[in-house]
Design a protein around this ligand. Structure first.
Ligand code: PLP
Length: 360
């Protein structure tokens, strides 16, 4: 089966088989990773290796901390303003889709954020031109969603923050580790693991160390970066098994040759699928501006929308599942994260051509 789900999503088969082989007895310890104390030497070696491999993959500079947290990216929507600004401060949000919008709305509870650009009136199909952005020099940070999972809009480059502290923050949940990123451009990068790097339940935060330690007084202990940083993500019981799985994925990405190689594969898959859509004479349509189409989530519709349910049903019969678009936008969405093999996209494209030939 080729699984095109948006997350939780398909994971590399070799990673799952490795986890299976270690399930009852992790490397001769006599314990499953699920049974280990998070303070024992076995788990400490797992979390330290996961962090060190992630640092290698993304070339994370030493002045950044890596935190393995819980609560999903949704919890970070609150943690970001709580840790970085006071309740009277303002912050700039660029809203290029539903997730950026949710981040902004949550921030309204903890500071005075402002949307400086929204793609809503154009149905979230664009990224703004950075020159035209009206950034507030007094803002505490500039927030973006690097890849909008529902709308399929991806930043290919990043705006220079022009706020007082020069801080750019990115929700990278759905394109984390899909390509190299210059971490030094960001104050904070955060991502739920469940698309590209593991199961749900782990949220990764990469934060510049000098931004830690200024949380608002009301910040719950579980949302305070300082607490997690001082305790190496072990203040309370972390999502141990999920962190272990992320570690296996990081090892696999390194074995593939790192993120440059991973990006090449992702570009090839994306090109194949977008070309199939664009060369269908309008039978299939992708509304997103060509220059900012996501390499991870490919939304498309059928000119004859009444055929969409049939498309999804027939694809499932051919063992291509989870192609239904998000309930808020309809149509189809093929999520083609790192772990989706080229063969999966080739099969989908062949099916699309055959479906068109039968229904055009
Ligand atoms: N941000 C983006 C870009 C997402 O795709 C998602 C979930 O799909 C979220 C945030 C919310 O993540 P979580 O469900 O882990 O809280």
């Amino acid at each position: 089966v080729f699984n095109f789900a948006a997350g939780p999503a398909t994971l590399p088969e070799n990673v799952l088989l490795r986890a299976q082989s270690e399930l009852y007895n992790w490397r001769g310890s006599g314990m499953s990773v699920m049974e280990m104390s998070h303070r024992g030497k076995e788990f400490l070696s797992i979390i330290q290796k996961a962090e060190s491999d992630l640092r290698t993959l993304l070339a994370i500079p030493p002045e950044y901390s890596v935190l393995f947290l819980q609560g999903g990216a949704t919890t970070q929507f609150a943690a970001i303003p709580l840790n970085l600004v006071s309740s009277d401060d303002t912050a700039d949000y660029i809203v290029t889709g539903s997730w950026g919008d949710k981040a902004f709305k949550e921030a309204q509870k903890f500071c005075k954020p402002k949307v400086i650009w929204s793609g809503k009136s154009e149905k979230y199909t664009k990224i703004p031109s950075f020159h035209d952005l009206d950034q507030n020099p007094d803002a505490g940070f500039l927030h973006i969603c690097a890849n909008e999972t529902i709308h399929g809009v991806e930043f290919k480059d990043y705006p220079t923050p022009k706020n007082k502290n020069g801080i750019l923050i990115a929700d990278m949940s759905s394109n984390f580790c899909s390509k190299p990123v210059d971490v030094s451009k960001f104050g904070v990068i955060y991502a739920g693991a469940q698309k590209n790097v593991g199961p749900s339940g782990v949220t990764i935060v990469i934060i510049r160390k000098d931004l830690i330690g200024n949380a608002q007084g009301v910040t719950p202990v579980m949302l305070d970066y300082k607490i997690h940083d001082e305790n190496n993500s072990l203040y309370n019981t972390p999502p141990c098994y999920g962190i272990y799985m992320c570690g296996l994925v990081f090892e696999d990405l390194l074995e593939q040759g790192g993120l440059k190689e991973v990006e090449k594969k992702n570009k090839r898959k994306g090109e194949l699928l977008y070309n199939a859509i664009d060369e269908s004479n309008g039978f299939y349509r992708c509304p997103v501006d060509k220059s900012v189409r996501s390499l991870m989530n490919v939304p498309f519709t059928l000119e004859k929308s009444e055929l969409e349910a049939e498309f999804i049903k027939e694809a499932a019969k051919e063992k291509m599942v989870q192609l239904k678009g998000h309930r808020s936008v309809g149509g189809m969405r093929a999520s083609i994260y790192n772990a989706m093999p080229l063969a999966g996209v080739e099969k989908l494209v062949a099916f699309m051509k055959d479906f068109q030939a039968r229904h055009a």
